[in-house]
Design a protein around this ligand. Structure first.
Ligand SMILES: [Zn+2]
Length: 97
């Protein structure tokens, strides 16, 4: 599990880590601790999706259509728990046109 989490932190294109195990074996704790060890990232302040300021094409419509300069803030990586049936499409985020 440790190696899988580290490899995913190094290369997120791996697509995630499925952690399986008995209840009470610190699966969630290991993932949350890793999130605290990762460097902070820049996000658009006030955006509910946490858009990346320099990735204009990947931003949500609210950020793309903002009339004012986007304010930037530092944010920690988030740990997102998905149901076992979640697909790549389910976690892709907002559609961009
Ligand atoms: Zn946004």
């Amino acid at each position: 599990m440790k190696k899988a989490l580290l490899l995913n932190a190094i290369n997120p294109r791996i697509g995630g880590v499925l952690i399986k195990g008995e209840k009470g074996t610190a699966k969630s704790t290991a993932a949350r601790v890793l999130a605290h060890l990762l460097p902070e990232r820049e996000v658009v302040e006030g955006c509910i999706f946490g858009c990346v300021p320099i990735d204009i094409k990947g931003q949500c419509l609210d950020c793309q259509k903002s009339d004012t300069a986007l304010k930037i803030k530092k944010a920690r990586m988030r740990v997102v728990e998905l149901p076992i049936s979640a697909t790549e499409d389910n976690r892709a985020g907002p559609l961009t046109l």
